[in-house]
Every structure is written in C-alpha cells, then in structure tokens.
Design a protein around this ligand. Structure first.
Ligand code: GLN
Length: 278
C-alpha cells in the first residue's frame, strides 16, 4: 500500500470503519487526486504537490466532520449521470433511481411531467434526458436547490423548466395540466432522527428530509389534492414514500377519489413507492 493511501486510511479510521475508510481512500486517490485505478491497486505512491497535500488535509478534515463524500467532491451519480450536489440539496438515493426507472417504463414519450420538490434535479433532469420529447417542469421551495438543479439541467443539456414554488400554498392556474406528477417529498419523521447517521443529520438539508410526526402525509395529501385539479383524467401520480406509510398513503388517495392506487416495493423489499391513477 502506498504512503498516501495508508495515511488516508489511518486518518479516516478514527471516525469510519475499516471498510468505509478503504472505500473513501480509493475515491480520494483515484477520483480526486487523479491516480489511475491500476496504480492505486498496485500500491504505487502518489507524489503530492504542496497544493495537493493541502487539499488532501482539508478533505480529511471535512470527512472527519462526517461531511458526506458527495458534498466534498461536489458530485453524485444518478442513473449513470454525474449530478452536481451541495449541502442545500439532498444527495440522490438509489431508491429514487428505482422510482425514475418505474416511471420510464410506464409513461409516454411526450408526457407533460411535473416533479415537485426537485432538489438536485436528479428526477426531472433524468426524465428530460431519457424522454427528450417530454415537457418537464420542476418545482422547489428552495432557491439554493434551484440554483443546483438549474446548473445540472445546463451541464447535462436537459430541458427542464424550473419554478420556485411552495406546494403547500400553491394555487393552480386554470389551464395547467400534466400527465404525470412525481414527488420525493420530505418523509422522515422527527421521531426517526435518533436512528439516523451523523453524515445525514449534520449535513443534509432538514427542509428536504423531515415532516412533523403529527402529519406524516402532509406533502402527499397536498400533492394529491393538486393532482385532482392538475392531472389529466387517467393521469398518474408517482410518490417515493416512507416505508411505514404505504397503506395510509393508498387509503388517502382512494378517499380523495383516485381511481386506483398501489404500493410498490424497492429493491430492499420495503414499501417505497405509491402509484395512483386519477
Ligand atoms: N430516503 C431519504 C433518507 O432516508 C429521505 C428522502 C426524503 O425524505 N424524501 O434519508
């Protein structure tokens, strides 16, 4: 093992498991310091310039503060594309990749799509890239998030229309119609905080994560109400959900008058998506 690699691992092992420290070290050496994967696995040394040595120190300090590596690098991968991320947006999760894959199997190429709470833009930009004829609109309540998602739209050459919008107070325009509404809104309960990792709790935006314990379906109910006005007849809603609230979400949708609603599991076998038809 080279000197740099073992230095990185030893430093990180003060706050991470051996496995995590090794993984982070590979990312630092290969993706940040530019070492080739072959040289890394051959254990070749990296000669660091004074500037690189300083950069490495600052990376290690950030990681030892439990800052997610995606924020340190400023990027996260989503369905094979490289998205810019910053502490004002949630880091895209693999479950959300599954959600986009489900949607892509089911909708028409020229659908009018609305993504509510777009964050980094991973859902809306991916849909726009995969379905170039679709008209994709994306809302977020956070200017900071919209700056990131607009940048992803530009870098990845997608054509999403971004709008600063608070879904809880939004009044739909008369002629506004969509075929599909998708949302991965905040769904973690305050009560679930104690089970969460520091790298999520200390760094990711609370605004994108938490709902009050007393009103876990707040965003789903509001989006479903808007859907009754803004979805075409037979238009569809796609939600990513807290695995605990699948049945409650389905019941709420049927009660509001959706013609069908069902739960779909994620790859780990948890109730993770709810799909409804107007
Ligand atoms: N899946 C995310 C997490 O577990 C939460 C995403 C959300 O609240 N929409 O941290």
């Amino acid at each position: 093992m080279n000197v740099t690699n073992s230095y990185i691992r030893n430093t990180l092992q003060e706050c991470y498991s051996m496995q995590e420290a090794a993984n982070l070290s590979r990312i630092i050496c290969c993706e940040i310091l530019g070492q080739s994967t072959i040289d890394y696995y051959l254990g070749k040394d990296i000669i660091l310039s004074p500037k690189e040595a300083k950069e490495l120190e600052s990376i290690l300090i950030r990681l030892c503060n439990f800052e997610p590596i995606q924020y340190v690098q400023g990027i996260a991968y989503f369905l094979g594309r490289k998205f810019q991320v910053a502490p004002g947006v949630l880091i895209p999760r693999p479950e959300t990749e599954e959600l986009v894959e489900i949607i892509l199997k089911e909708i028409s190429a020229n659908a009018r799509i609305l993504d509510i709470g777009t964050g980094s833009g991973c859902i809306s930009v991916s849909l726009s890239k995969e379905l170039p004829e679709a008209q994709v609109t994306a809302w977020d309540i956070s200017e900071e998030a919209l700056a990131v998602s607009r940048r992803n739209n530009e870098i990845l050459q997608a054509s999403v229309n971004f709008v600063l919008c608070d879904v809880l107070t939004y009044q739909p325009a008369f002629q506004e119609r969509y075929d599909v509404i998708v949302s991965n809104p905040p769904y973690v309960l305050e009560a679930e905080k104690q089970e969460m990792e520091r790298n999520v709790l200390d760094w990711e935006p609370s605004l994108a994560l938490f709902v009050p314990d007393a009103d876990p379906l707040r965003f789903y109910r509001r989006i479903a109400e808007l859907g009754l006005v803004m979805l075409e007849s037979c238009g569809k809603l796609y939600f990513e959900i807290n695995r605990v609230f699948g049945e409650a979400t389905v019941a709420m949708l049927l009660e509001l008058g959706y013609s069908s609603a069902h739960i779909q599991k994620d790859i780990s076998g948890n109730d993770r998506f709810v799909i409804a038809r107007r």
